[in-house]
Each structure stands twice: as structure tokens, then as C-alpha cells.
Write a protein that binds this ligand. Structure first.
Ligand code: FNR
Length: 379
């Protein structure tokens, strides 16, 4: 932040605001209304999304003084390697809606900052394009598990061949959610082929099409949506993935302690406590409240990651203090992307990380690993 203040003295203002609500409004002004509605919206009355934010206000950070926090290190250990910060870019589908360079721009920001990008299955740029555009970025792959074994294995092979290190399987989006902002516009990006790059380039998917996607795009969308939603899976399905993915396996979208126990028993290496940013269920428990219950159930048996509602460095410190090893950033980086491509994502990340570093210091800590619940008071 010192840099920002000093550039200001020299007459150079930051490219855009670092305050989340103003950031969201600025991004809205540069995006097509339907794209903005898809990104900003959530399920039903959007109560879960509001609860996600409100939960952070129910925990107060207690400042500490005189503890020599002059040397600080934001890095963390995860799956036997070090990440420079406890932050990841969450998988967000169809980033081409926010910026023409979509996931490529996000991956370049990942490359520059060392913050890993979790590439969504439903990305606007393919697994291969993203890897080629940002070869040094730390890349994870998020799987929406299609209802076809050959296609599933093909996606996993492509992720391995292009050096995606970690597989994140998202479990809470097995059905299309009730999202009024999109319903009112009759709009789902995927129905206009946005976000289907990984399907359209996959030989196993093409094999499943009655006619080539080029001549029958509507047929391709129809086939995609049949493969995409599968509400019949159970915990008994997970060992299949464990068998076919040899790197770290992460299960995303866990809120119930019982599901967290099942995830650990299924052989997953980590879980993400998340309610998909409030986009799946309305009237849901705040993700931060779910985090406390999940950590109490399995915190000593697995690595817990967190997302849904992280907007600031202080939010991040609260989630880490409650037992998350790292957090995934969602909408804020998408708005940065909309406003400034790679540079916009970097601006959002730098701001959040500077604030995280300061909050760590002002609560008397030098490293993320040193945080524990004693830094919080329930208000
Ligand atoms: C998402 N999210 C998501 N998750 C996932 O596993 N695969 C995906 O393709 C998507 N797509 C997606 C699109 C959009 C527009 C949003 C906003 C979110 C969920 C995402 O990974 C994360 O859980 C939430 O974004 C976290 O909530 P906040 O912090 O954005 O409120």
C-alpha cells in the first residue's frame, strides 16, 4: 500500500477502486447486463449470498501490540509444496463473459503473482490454451463430473498432460440452480456455447454428438446439458476418481460435518468448505459458519480450504483463524478481470494481499499458520 500512496503523491492514481462494493458497480458498468447478472447473481432471494457476507461481521478481530511482527511471511504449505500466499483464484466458468481474454488473462495474473488458478471445466478457453498461454502459472483443474466415463477420463488425461497439479471436484452443482436474475432474462451463458471450450475440443465429447457442433450448435448444447447434470451420484462414486487421478484430490462444496467426514473417508486429500458463493441453495447457512462446524469435525484429519464471501484481507484472516489453510477468491477477481484484464486481476490480488499482510501484523502474527481462533471474538 506504500507504493500506492507514493504513486498518488506523484500524481498516479490506482487503476480502479479496491473497495468491493464500488468495484462491483464499476465492473457492472463495463459488462453486458446479462453477463453481469450471471456473475453477480445467486440462488433464489440471494439470502445465502447475503448470509455469507454477514457471517464475517459476527467475528471481530482482536488487535495485538508489541510483538515484533517486523518480518512476515505469507507463504503456506499445501500438498507438500509451498504456495507464496494462502490465496487461490476460484474456478469460475465462462470468464470470457467478463473479458475477451477470459481464463488466459487470469492465468497470466496467476503466473505473475504465484497465486494458483483453478481452471473451471466450463471455461471459455481450453485446458491446452490456458497452459500454453501461462506455462509457469500454477494451475489446478476443477471438474464438473460429466455423466460419461470416457469423457471424464479424457478431461483428466488432458489436465495431466498439461500439468494441472491438483484436481478439484465440485459436488454442489449437480443440478442447475434457481437463479432469478438469469431466469428473468432466460439466460444461461452455456446455452450460447460460452464456457464450452473444453467440451467442444474434446474428442470424447465430439464422439457423443449426433451431428458436429459446427453444424448443429443447439444439439451440442443439448448433449452438454444432458451430460452435465447428474443428481444420482453418491459417495460410492468417489473411489473411481481416486483411482484415476494420481495427484492431490480436493472435494469442493462441503458444508455439512457429515459430508466432511465422508469426504475424508473417501480418500480425498482436502475439502473446500463452500456454498458456491450462494449460487446453488437459497436460505443456506453462511459458508463461514459451516467452516467452524466442518473444522470441528475433521480439522485434524484433513486440509480444509474455504470460499464464499471473501472480499478483503480481514475476511481472509478470519477464515484462516477458523481453520482454513487457504481461501479461494471468487467474484472480486472476476470484476478486476472485467475492468482491466490481467492487470485488473493483479490489482485486486495485490490489494487483498497487502491488506492481509497488514491484518496479520496488527493481530500480532508473522505467518498464516500462526493464526488460531483466539484472534477472534464473536460479536
Ligand atoms: C462460480 N463458481 C464455480 N465453481 C466451480 O467449481 N466451477 C465453476 O465453473 C464455477 N463457476 C462460477 C461462476 C461464477 C460467475 C461465480 C460467481 C462462481 C463458484 C466459485 O468457485 C466460488 O465457490 C464462489 O465464487 C465463491 O463465492 P464468492 O466469493 O464469489 O462470493
Amino acid at each position: 500500500q506504500d507504493q500506492i500512496y507514493r504513486s498518488g503523491t506523484a500524481g498516479r492514481r490506482p487503476p480502479f477502486t479496491t473497495d468491493h462494493s464500488r468495484l462491483e458497480r464499476a465492473a457492472r458498468d463495463v459488462m453486458a447486463p446479462q453477463a453481469y447478472g450471471y456473475i453477480a447473481g445467486a440462488a433464489g432471494s440471494e439470502a445465502t449470498m447475503r448470509a455469507n457476507r454477514a457471517a464475517f461481521d459476527h467475528h471481530g478481530l482482536v488487535p495485538r501490540v508489541l510483538r515484533d511482527v517486523s518480518e512476515r511471511d505469507l507463504s503456506i504449505e499445501l500438498f507438500g509444496s509451498r504456495l507464496p500466499t494462502p490465496l487461490l483464484l476460484a474456478p469460475v466458468g465462462a470468464l470470457g463473459l467478463a473479458h475477451p481474454d477470459g481464463e488466459i488473462a487470469a492465468a497470466r495474473a496467476a503466473e505473475e503473482t504465484g497465486v494458483p488458478l483453478v481452471l473451471s471445466t466450463v471455461s471459455s478457453h481450453s485446458i491446452e490454451e490456458v497452459a500454453a498461454a501461462a506455462p509457469r502459472a500454477r494451475r489446478w483443474f476443477q471438474l464438473y463430473w460429466p455423466n460419461d466415463t470416457e469423457l471424464t477420463l479424457s478431461l483428466l488425461e488432458r489436465a495431466v498432460a498439461n500439468r494441472y497439479e491438483v484436481l478439484v471436484v465440485t459436488l454442489d452443482a449437480f443440478a442447475l440452480a434457481w437463479r432469478p436474475r438469469d431466469l428473468d432474462r432466460g439466460y444461461l451463458p452455456f446455452h450460447r456455447l460460452h464456457g464450452l471450450a473444453n467440451y467442444l475440443t474434446d474428442p470424447a465429447f465430439r464422439h457423443l454428438l449426433p451431428k458436429p457442433a459446427e453444424t448443429d450448435p443447439a444439439g451440442a448444447v443439448q448433449r452438454w446439458s444432458e451430460l452435465f447434470n447428474d443428481a444420482s451420484r453418491t459417495w460410492a462414486s468417489i473411489p473411481f476418481l481416486r483411482e484415476h487421478w494420481h495427484g492431490p484430490l480436493v472435494l469442493k462444496g462441503i458444508c455439512h460435518p457429515g459430508d466432511a467426514r465422508a469426504a475424508v473417508d473417501s480418500g480425498a486429500d482436502a475439502i473446500v468448505v463452500s456454498n458456491h458463493g450462494g449460487r446453488q441453495i437459497d436460505g443456506g447457512v453462511a459458508a463461514l459458519d459451516a467452516l467452524e462446524a466442518v473444522v470441528a469435525a475433521v480439522g485434524d484429519r484433513t486440509t480444509v480450504l474455504f470460499d464464499s464471501g471473501i472480499r478483503t484481507g480481514a475476511d481472509t484472516v478470519k477464515a484462516l483463524a477458523l481453520g482454513a489453510r487457504a481461501v479461494l477468491l471468487g467474484r472480486p477477481y472476476v470484476y478486476g478481470l472485467a475492468l482491466g484484464g490481467t492487470k485488473g486481476v493483479i490489482h485486486v490480488l495485490r490489494g487483498l494481499l497487502a491488506e492481509l499482510d497488514l491484518t496479520l501484523a496488527m493481530t500480532g502474527h508473522r505467518t498464516p499458520a500462526a493464526l488460531d481462533p483466539s484472534v477472534l471474538v464473536r460479536t
